[in-house]
Write a protein that binds this ligand. Structure first.
Ligand code: THU
Length: 138
């Protein structure tokens, strides 16, 4: 299902990500990003980027969505799929910080990148190989 970028299973995530992107607060970069996460409970959580005049305070769409999912009860292992949407020609992959944040909750996560024309499917483990985890210090 989520190993096919054209599967209709992605549609609810794509719709939620595009809707959230409309609400992005990106007056500094003018780069609006939407993200959506599906949990094993079947719930979709969406996020958009939230920028700030103090630039380092900016929050990426992916971590906004993750925060909403965790607040609703997501636990490690409970993520099923992720989507990141932007309206530019080059598809936008999650930044390094977001890869690290997401991999805490699912190693083998399918991550679909999309714009209005194209889709590209990745696996989080491949986007962040040899990641640092809790097992390195516990
Ligand atoms: N951004 C995201 O929200 N997600 C990404 O995957 C890449 C970057 C945001 C952060 C900032 O608001 C803007 O895009 C430009 O970096």
């Amino acid at each position: 299902m989520f190993d096919d970028p054209q599967s209709p299973a992605w549609n609810p995530l794509l719709a939620a990500a595009w809707k959230a992107r409309d609400h992005a607060h990106a007056p500094y970069s003018r780069f609006q990003v939407g993200a959506a996460l599906l949990t094993e409970a079947g719930t979709v959580f969406a996020g958009c980027n939230v920028e700030n005049a103090a630039y380092p305070v900016c929050l990426c769409a992916e971590r906004g969505a993750l925060s909403a999912a965790v607040a609703a009860g997501l636990r490690p292992g409970g993520l099923v799929a992720a989507v990141v949407v932007t309206d530019v020609a080059e598809l936008t992959p999650p930044c390094g910080a977001c890869r690290q944040a997401l991999i805490e909750f699912a190693g083998d996560l399918p991550v679909l990148l999309a714009n209005r024309q194209a889709r590209q499917l990745h696996r989080l483990e491949k986007l962040l190989p040899h990641s640092f985890t809790g097992s390195h210090f516990r």
